[in-house]
Design a protein around this ligand. Structure first.
Ligand SMILES: *Cc1c(COP(=O)(O)O)cnc(C)c1O
Length: 218
């Protein structure tokens, strides 16, 4: 099997010590790998694509907590609303509105994180500081009874420069601390999770360290 048991056990121990939740990012990986990690006790898994997430949800144990960590299009919310545990990448009022609407149909409340752009690259999604404030104002002003904003999510620049990464995570942590109602700060991946945890992360999203490199990066 391609799941790295030693890496998983070490990571679990390290994260538990710091009270950090591990989301095992299983995108592009087969159901067998997810089942193997489930058998080791893992329950939180992260996926980026709606169709792939749906197929995996169908096939795998129903007590898995599925995290949607990719960029979510409004017209696809309905496919994951019945079962998704946490949506990490919310970056607009219109998407939030749609999540609220779909969650309402199933009479449930969906947990969401707002994605903030902290990296230098232009390509990564997310809100800037002003947009975050605006969206939080909209949340306060509107009635979204079927949505619960639990915190923030961000991705650091893809760089070897750890000082830069540190600065970006510190920035996100400082924004997170401005909102007393928040409880989840989702930051840190395979290459930078230690820096993230040192700077206030309490949820990391880790794929390749556990499952091995993906054949194609998407
Ligand atoms: C793929 C992905 C991860 C995991 O990346 P690894 O480098 O494999 O740990 C984390 N977060 C997001 C948003 C991703 O798309």
């Amino acid at each position: 099997m391609s799941v790295n048991i030693t890496a998983y056990n070490q990571l679990k121990e390290e994260l538990e010590k710091n009270k950090v939740t591990l989301v095992a990012v299983s995108k592009t990986k087969p159901n067998e790998d997810i089942q193997d990690m489930y058998d080791l006790g893992q329950r939180d898994f992260g996926e980026n694509y709606v169709q792939e997430l749906n197929a995996k949800h169908e096939a795998l144990p129903k007590d898995i907590r599925w995290h949607f960590i990719g960029h979510l299009q409004s017209n696809k919310v309905k496919y994951i609303a019945p079962f998704v545990h946490l949506i990490h990448g919310v970056d607009s009022a219109s998407l939030l509105k749609e999540v609220n609407k779909q969650a309402g149909k199933f009479n449930t409340v969906i947990g969401c994180l707002l994605q903030v752009h902290i990296a230098q690259e232009e390509t990564k999604f997310g809100l800037d500081e002003a947009e975050l404030r605006e969206l939080m104002d909209a949340v306060a002003a509107n009635d979204f009874p079927h949505v619960k904003i639990k915190g923030l999510m961000g991705m650091a620049s893809f760089t070897e420069n750890t000082e830069q990464i540190k600065k970006e995570f510190e920035h996100l942590h400082s924004l997170y601390k401005k909102y007393p109602g928040f409880s989840i700060l989702s930051m840190g991946m395979s290459s930078d999770y230690r820096i993230a945890v040192e700077h206030g992360s309490n949820m990391v999203r880790i794929g390749s360290l556990l499952f091995g490199a993906r054949e194609y990066n998407r």
